[in-house]
Design a protein around this ligand. Structure first.
Ligand code: GL2
Length: 819
């Protein structure tokens, strides 16, 4: 294992770093400076292991997976690195000795928020599992100067503040200018006939060029000395070219290249499950993909001379369609630079690329207008045209005379380039992210593709890393689990099933619930400090944290809170177990209805939290700036996990798994991975409600749902909806929430009313909520349920997911780093 921790040496190194970095002594240093100094000290250890890992890989020449993703939602690095080095407790102790609190030091680190939500956080969990399991991997992405915006709540509204996460410097990253690559945009393609070979050559001319410079982040495996690499690309202007243009008097072009470089990695698009279709986004995609594919090919060529066997040493996993230009970029390099024929290049490409689908939401589908695409990436467009020509020929051969098939499956159609179709046509694997989701892909969204090439389709149910979301995020429970069953769960989560024998043990139940209570106290303190709201840790903490999206139905949750409030006001004597409804959610900056929903939640909170007459039975809290670091506190403290998406819409969800691991039963629909959670834990240990995916899809296909019937026949629902437009929650502007009301009932817009079946599921949701309350009142029953959720969460480790990708898609060999 790694070099043994030496407390004295560690303290000396921290002191030396404070001196070298800031010319200060320990007692003069700020907490931020201590954070930097500690991080550099930890980085030293990591670098030893990083070198050892690269040396081992160099020797063994293994196959690598390149996990290509526009998003890596890493969160903070220091605490996680210490956990995985198994030095967390040692460092905590050492710091305490010199008067610092590791928790406070950790809080100095900004989250690396290079992602929006589930898709980006999944990529981060996957990297953790790959390193822990010892598989050679690169994460490939973009080093955004500004990550996901910081959310401030002002007067109940979301305000977006730029996330300048690099302002104090990032101690863990390493700039690698020696691996820089050039990426070309625009211009035109000249075809040159080569007499000797009798082949055409394609030369891109008149283009703009950007220098891609990689920054490497270490990905530390758990207690195994493996350190893999997340490589994110920064953009710089190409200075020589600039001078050259300037000499030729092409000043304008030089400035343009400078601007292109500056803009390209400036900011992460804050859209979750939504395609914005912006030109800059396509530039970002090609920028990091071209650099990553070039780097993978260069790496291969260092050791191998036959590029036609590239796929034996490399596989590209495309995290959704965002990196799909990789298909055409690899073809370009193989044909234009390596001199392969089309057929040879296609053979390599289709054995290298694999695609993961993460959503069925229609508005998330990437479709680029031909005009934009061909202007920005002329050579890449040519290649895609040829891929499409051949693919359409295959479709026609398979379904003669069936133009409908061509219309539905072509890669280029109706003036658009369809990235999912390209990924499926060129990929050797297409996977969904939960069983239900994969079934819906096969039966609905990608039916035609599944029929034509069923062998490509497979499921990989998502997972999460227990190292961050239990060992780091919930130290009390982690220690308790280890006390009872040993520590193998840290790298083998299914072991956690051994806790089942304690489910009926009164003492264990009390200990388990006491830990939950302490975590609720910790969260209550956070809420007091950040929201100025007092919440009672003895109340039920009912939590919905995730991106704000209509399909996730935060609206259903808050409408139900309004309904409960009406009940309590009408029947003050009613027996009601105190409940704290906790929300956390960022809305895409341009998503108006989502932002209005945040305002609604805060307005309802304002009224309810300030109504002394209800005697603190109800509290509503909107936690500002929900992100990975505060998520860890929130999961640990949750009693109830709200997973209430319209069935069929949430591809998997991963928050649901983090709650389960931390002992919070799911209150949810039969959607995404909820289905598998319920299968593992048993329906009696979850609270399931609502329409099934089949029912929803059936309504959608037949257009037959009338929310106004429910509105007209159900007084409780009608009253709640009327409160949206009668000033109950907006006395100064009763029209404030009109849009939300209209979205449920009115068909002024072109959308169907109540697209997400909120009214259809309302009563069933309220009923499930009553079951929650009833179960919670029975302490022993609840404790058992909570503990069983933790005990049955073994399937949902990302270690299992990654092992399935390795066995069924990537076929990698495990590496062992010798001590
Ligand atoms: C998502 C899905 O919405 C979510 O259900 C899933 O868990 C993750 C990871 O597979 O992917 N798809 C998507 O576009 N985003 C997601 O979070 N942004």
């Amino acid at each position: 294992m790694s070099k043994k921790f030496n407390k004295k040496e560690f303290i000396n190194d921290v002191k030396a770093n404070v001196r070298a970095l800031y010319r200060r002594n320990l007692d003069e240093a700020t907490q931020q400076q201590i954070f930097q100094a500690v991080s550099y000290t930890v980085k030293d250890t990591i670098i030893d292991n990083w070198l050892a890992t690269q040396e081992q890989y160099e020797k063994d020449d293994p196959k690598y997976v390149y996990y290509m993703s526009m998003e890596f939602l890493m969160g903070r690095a220091l605490g996680n690195n210490l956990i995985n080095l198994t030095e967390y407790e040692d460092v905590k102790e050492a710091l305490a000795e010199i008067g610092f609190d590791l928790n406070v030091i950790e809080d100095q680190e900004p989250d690396a928020a290079l992602g929006n939500g589930g898709l980006g956080r999944l990529a981060a969990c996957f990297l953790d599992s790959l390193a822990t399991l010892g598989y050679p991997a690169y994460g490939c992405g973009i080093r955004y100067r500004y990550g996901m915006f910081k959310q401030k709540i002002e007067d109940g509204y979301q305000v977006e503040v730029p996330d300048n996460w690099l302002k104090d410097g990032n101690p863990f990253e390493l700039r690698r200018p020696e691996y820089a690559k050039e990426v070309k945009f625009g211009g035109y393609v000249r075809v040159v006939y080569d007499e000797k070979t009798g082949r055409n050559h394609f030369v891109q001319e008149g283009y703009q060029v950007v220098r891609a410079v990689p920054y490497d982040f270490p990905i530390v495996g758990y207690n195994n000395r493996v350190v893999n690499t997340l490589r994110v690309w920064d953009a710089e202007a190409v200075s020589e070219f600039q001078l050259d243009s300037f000499d030729k008097g092409d000043y304008r072009k030089a400035v343009e290249q400078e601007n292109l470089a500056r803009n390209i990695v400036e900011v992460l698009y804050p859209n979750d499950n939504h395609y914005a279709g912006k030109e800059l986004r396509l530039k970002q995609q090609y920028f990091f993909i071209s650099a990553s594919v070039q780097a993978a090919v260069s790496k291969y060529k260092k050791k191998h001379s036959d590029i036609r066997k590239f796929y034996e040493k490399a596989t590209f996993q495309l995290n959704d369609t965002h990196p799909t230009v990789a298909v055409a970029e690899l073809m370009r390099i193989l044909i234009d630079e390596e001199g392969l024929t089309w057929e040879e290049a296609w053979d390599v490409t289709t054995k290298t690329c694999a695609y993961t689908n993460h959503t069925i939401m229609a508005e998330a589908l990437e479709k680029w207008p031909i005009e934009l695409f061909s202007r920005l990436l002329p050579r890449i467009y040519q290649i895609i045209e040829e891929i499409n020509r051949r693919f359409v020929a295959e479709i026609e051969a398979r379904y003669p005379g069936n133009f409908e098939k061509v219309r539905k499956m072509a890669i280029i159609f109706d003036g658009q380039v369809k990235m999912a179709h390209l990924a499926i046509a060129a990929g050797y694997s297409v996977n969904g992210v939960a069983e239900l989701h994969t079934e819906i892909l096969k039966k609905q969204e990608l039916k035609d593709f599944y029929e034509m090439m069923p062998e490509k389709f497979n499921n990989k149910t998502n997972g999460i890393t227990q190292r961050r979301f239990l060992l780091h995020g919930n130290p009390l429970l982690a220690a308790w689990v280890t006390d009872h069953i040993g520590d193998e769960w840290i790298t083998d989560l299914p072991q956690i099933a051994k806790l089942k024998v304690y489910a009926d043990d009164r003492k264990a139940q009390q200990e388990f619930m006491n830990i939950k209570y302490q975590n609720k106290v910790r969260l209550a303190k956070y809420i007091r400090e950040h929201n100025g709201i007092e919440v009672d840790p003895r109340s039920i903490f009912d939590v919905q944290v995730k991106r704000l999206h209509e399909y996730k139905r935060q609206l259903l949750n808050i409408l139900h809170v309004m309904y409960l409030y009406n009940q309590i006001k009408d029947h003050p004597e009613m027996d009601f177990y105190p409940r704290t409804f906790i929300f956390g959610a960022k809305a895409a900056a341009g998503y108006r209805r989502a932002k209005l929903t945040i305002k609604l939640i805060n307005s309802v909170a304002d009224v309810i939290n300030n109504d002394a007459s209800i005697k603190n039975k109800l509290k509503v809290v909107f936690i500002e700036d929900y992100r990975v670091s505060n998520a860890e506190l929130i999961f640990a403290a949750a009693d109830v996990s709200e997973q209430i998406s319209t069935a069929s819409k949430e591809a998997s969800g991963t928050g649901n798994m983090k709650f389960m691991l931390n002992g919070a039963p799911t209150l949810g629909t039969m959607d995404g991975a909820n289905v598998e959670i319920v299968k593992e834990v048993g329906e009696e240990n979850a609270f399931i409600f609502g329409l099934s995916a089949d029912e929803v899809i059936n309504y959608e296909n037949n257009g037959g749902y009338y929310p106004e019937n429910i509105f007209n026949s159900d007084q409780d629902i009608r009253r709640v909806l009327m409160q949206l437009i009668n000033g109950t929650y907006a006395p100064n502007d009763p029209e404030m929430f009109r849009d939300i009301y209209d979205s449920l009932l009115n068909t002024k817009s072109s959308d169907r009313a109540d697209t997400y079946f909120i009214l259809a599921d309302f009563k069933s949701y309220a009923e499930a909520q009553r079951r929650v309350e009833e179960a919670y009142r029975d302490e022993a029953r609840w404790a058992k349920m909570a503990m069983l959720n933790t005990a049955c969460s073994g399937k949902f480790t990302s270690d299992r997911t990654i092992q399935q990708y390795v066995d069924e898609i990537w076929h990698l060999d495990k590496e062992v780093i010798e001590a």
